[in-house]
Design a protein around this ligand. Structure first.
Ligand SMILES: [Zn+2]
Ligand SMILES: [Zn+2]
Length: 157
């Protein structure tokens, strides 16, 4: 499967592309639209990164803090942050591209839960070619999420 930038033109034969659905890639959380060329039948994909406010339009305000176990200051995110992978492990050798925030937000929205504190352990590995085996990264993150939902019966403005 090939990646392309234009949703109008096949990268191989310049033929017209038909929309063929979208999916989320498991290992990095990025979303893709798939298109099929009407001329040569080739399937191409276009990456679409959506901010939290687009994926979760019912969230009016959100503040997310991620504190890594060895870090002093949390990283902060808001509703214009990417809704797929929110942050990356700071271990430079770690293979984990980040941790999925979207399932956590989806659960909060479903339960109309406005506050959540959760621990996530990095699922990445440090490749060690010398020993031919992978070392788990094992860094952990404290994730604190505060949100305000639309139509939440807000009082006083
Ligand atoms: Zn084509
Ligand atoms: Zn890691």
């Amino acid at each position: 499967m090939e990646q392309t930038k234009s949703k109008n033109e096949c990268p191989s034969c310049k033929g017209q592309l038909d929309y063929d659905g979208c999916y989320r890639r498991r290992y990095d959380g990025f979303r893709f639209d798939q298109y099929r060329c009407v001329e040569c039948g080739k399937t191409v994909e276009i990456r679409i990164d959506e901010p939290i406010e687009k994926t979760f339009p019912m969230i009016r305000e959100i503040s997310i803090e991620v504190l890594e176990d060895r870090a002093r200051n949390p990283k902060r995110y808001n509703k214009s942050s990417n809704s797929g992978l929110l942050f990356c492990c700071s271990n430079p050798k770690c293979t984990n591209p980040g941790i999925f925030i979207e399932p956590i937000l989806q659960e909060m929205v479903d339960k109309r839960q406005l506050y959540k504190e959760t621990w996530q352990v990095c699922n990445g590995f440090e490749p060690s070619p010398k020993w031919r085996k992978k070392t788990p990264c094992n860094r952990s993150f404290r994730i604190t999420i505060n949100l305000i939902l639309e139509n939440n019966g807000a009082h006083g403005g």
